[in-house]
Design a protein around this ligand. Structure first.
Ligand SMILES: NC(=O)c1ccc[n+]([C@@H]2O[C@H](COP(=O)([O-])OP(=O)(O)OC[C@H]3O[C@@H](n4cnc5c(N)ncnc54)[C@H](OP(=O)(O)O)[C@@H]3O)[C@@H](O)[C@H]2O)c1
Length: 224
């Protein structure tokens, strides 16, 4: 399987990249970002692109993929709705539209979050915008699209979040973090998300929206 990965420098993306590089079913990974991950691996190629609202300059690099793992995203803390929407909806859709056109056989997998509002009308700004993004992605002509809704994500294997707020939370929770895994309805790990994403790209899941507990169940099949 050939994978294109967005957000590989972030916490979730680093975890997904790690699982892709370890998994023999993944033949190649193209990571597209504003900067490089700094990782070297025979399966990994990186493309640095400055403008995530316009991919026309790199369109010739964007075909031939079986799956896209879209892990790019930001926290809404302290952001206006317009700014949050520009990254969450506009950037995601700019990439997804090009990929759907060039890769009709693709499985597109988007990391949103637990509590995402599919009605697009609720009172919580981030949940509304993520809901709008999910709904728009599900309308694109991909072979399949899946929305991953993790709750709390425990970073494993030395992975760190780029978001200050999350880094503070993980540092404060410290050794208690692994104990949270006793709550699979609400808590997952970077490793489990990566494994579940690969599993869903290989074998269709029963439904397009995957909640935290679905992610934890799916990854078991990939873990073997
Ligand atoms: N962390 C959690 O516990 C958690 C829980 C549930 C859901 N999620 C969701 O998972 C997704 C990823 O979260 P994360 O924790 O991995 O975040 P993160 O560590 O802050 O990483 C964010 C990633 O998105 C990229 N990015 C951000 N803004 C960008 C922009 N304007 N243009 C291009 N790239 C941009 C970053 O690239 P740069 O390196 O260039 O900044 C980085 O690769 C988000 O949608 C988040 O809502 C996270």
């Amino acid at each position: 399987m050939n994978v294109v990965l967005f957000g590989a420098t972030g916490m979730v993306g680093q975890g997904v990249l790690r699982e892709c590089l370890l998994n023999p079913e993944v033949r190649s990974v193209l990571a597209i970002g504003r900067s490089e991950t700094g990782q070297q691996h025979a399966k990994l190629r990186e493309l640095v692109h400055p403008d995530f609202l316009d991919f026309s300059a790199i369109e010739n690099e964007l075909s031939g993929f079986d799956a896209c793992f879209f892990c790019l995203g930001i926290s809404s803390a302290g952001m206006t709705e317009a700014d949050y929407r520009r990254i969450t909806y506009d950037v995601t859709m700019a990439a997804a539209r090009v990929l759907a056109r060039l890769n009709p056989g693709m499985t597109f997998e988007y990391v949103s979050g637990m509590g995402t509002d599919s009605s697009e009308r609720g009172r919580t700004m981030w949940a509304r915008v993520k809901g709008e993004t999910e709904n728009a992605l599900l309308r694109l002509p991909f072979n399949a699209a899946y929305m991953f809704r993790p709750g709390v994500i425990v970073p494993l294997h030395g992975i760190k979040s780029k978001t200050k707020l999350y880094r503070f939370f993980y540092a404060a929770a410290g050794p208690l973090l692994p104990l949270l895994l006793a709550f699979p309805k609400y808590v997952t790990t970077t490793e489990r998300i990566g494994r579940a994403m690969i599993q869903v790209a290989r074998r269709p899941a029963a439904k397009p929206v995957l909640e935290n507990s679905d992610i934890n169940k799916l990854q078991l099949a990939e873990a073997g």
